[in-house]
Design a protein around this ligand. Structure first.
Ligand SMILES: NC(=O)c1ccc[n+]([C@@H]2O[C@H](COP(=O)([O-])OP(=O)(O)OC[C@H]3O[C@@H](n4cnc5c(N)ncnc54)[C@H](O)[C@@H]3O)[C@@H](O)[C@H]2O)c1
Length: 346
């Protein structure tokens, strides 16, 4: 199945014309948000959505609510309000809202239309793009989900004004991932991104990179897998820490996962150590070091990774600068070594 090409609209203003134009053909708009985006983001655009055909629903904020229970609430709301195929579910929020909203839209009546208005940096540069959606289930990350393409994605950095630093940095991890895959680690400067113009330009560049990759392989059967770089170990770290009811953000786990997986790339493919060192420096200028769970705790999550085949753990790595590879089998001993390597870093 080839996905239809995504319509991505960039604007550094919140204009009535753009949003009204995109929504004018839908008889009802169902706006999904979380408790934070309801407070900070909805008031910025609410006036553009006439009350008579706009309904809203709010889920609790945070990864731990990206689950079946929230989906249940959303589906019940859609059903109660007679959502139909000529209506639009508008996901206003970070990656949790876009993942769960798109999932609910794709299964309700076997698919109603939806659109994303990402409000976190991570959702702008990554989660809202590419038509992958899903929820966590029994502590396994994104293990239930579908593919479906939004009607449009509206990206406006003005929403980021209310995002706290920790969540802003969270998005930087996925931006850095795109730079590593593109062979442009040296171009990455978190400091430069304090300028609004530079940030907007980098958001656009990250979106173009992701969307060009997705367009080559919508269903993730080949080249799109490169985007999972950092995520095999990263997701295991995230799931494991969340299961212990401790706090970690997706980007924080992925940043640690990228260091481990670049280390593995240096061993298997001779990926330049200097590039690994540059990446570590950037990551530790943004994130604190994490105390990684022991391999014995990570293993069950690694074995549940969506990329695995025949119980074998497959990685997306870097063969050399600007040369990502996927479907690489990695020996358990080397995975352990990469975790020990991360733990030794200062
Ligand atoms: N589908 C994909 O391709 C894909 C890709 C990457 C990540 N993801 C998923 O995305 C999720 C992470 O996304 P995230 O970091 O945006 O998480 P999130 O949606 O939980 O947002 C982070 C926090 O910021 C708050 N927030 C969002 N926008 C805000 C704003 N403008 N002002 C104030 N607060 C705001 C949210 O309420 C939340 O508390 C994970 O579940 C991850 O699995 C999906």
């Amino acid at each position: 199945m080839k996905g239809k090409e995504e319509k991505i609209l960039f604007s550094n203003q919140l204009k009535k014309s753009t949003l009204s134009n995109e929504c004018k053909n839908f008889k009802k708009i169902f706006v999904l948000m979380d408790t934070h985006t309801k407070k900070h983001c909805w008031p910025l655009i609410e006036k553009y959505f006439p009350k008579e055909y706009t309904l809203t629903y709010t889920i609790k904020a945070g990864e731990k609510h990206k689950n079946l229970q929230s989906v249940n609430g959303i589906l019940s709301w859609l059903l109660k309000n007679n959502a139909e195929k000529n209506h639009l579910l508008l996901n206003l929020g970070g990656g949790v809202v876009s993942d769960i909203g798109a999932f609910a839209a794709s299964i309700f009546k076997r698919g109603i239309k939806y659109a994303n208005i990402p409000t976190s940096l991570l959702a702008m540069v990554d989660a809202s793009i590419g038509g992958k959606n899903g929820i966590d289930f029994n502590h396994a990350k994104n293990i239930v989900g579908t593919f479906s393409t939004p009607e449009f994605i509206f990206i406006c950095p003005l929403f980021l004004n209310s995002l706290n630093n920790r969540n802003f940095n969270n998005g930087l991890a996925e931006m850095l991932k795109h730079k590593i895959l593109n062979g442009k680690v040296s171009d990455f400067s978190a400091k430069k991104l304090s300028s609004k113009n530079a940030l907007f330009a980098e958001i656009k560049s990250a979106v173009h990179f992701k969307s060009a990759t997705v367009n080559k392989d919508f269903e993730d059967k080949g080249i799109r897998n490169i985007l999972n770089f950092g995520h095999t170990i990263g997701h295991a770290i995230e799931s494991c820490i969340l299961q212990k009811n401790k706090n970690i953000l997706h980007g924080e786990a992925i940043a640690a996962g990228m260091i481990c997986e670049l280390y593995i790339s240096t061993i298997i493919f001779n990926y330049p150590q200097i590039e690994l060192a540059k990446t570590e420096k950037i990551i530790f200028s943004i994130f604190h070091k994490i105390n990684l769970p022991h391999y014995s705790s990570l293993k069950k999550y690694l074995l549940n990774d969506k990329k695995n085949k025949d119980g074998k753990i497959k990685f997306s790595l870097l063969k050399s600068i600007n040369e990502p590879v996927f479907d690489v089998l990695v020996d358990e001993k080397l995975i352990k070594k990469s975790i020990a390597y991360y733990q030794r870093l200062n």
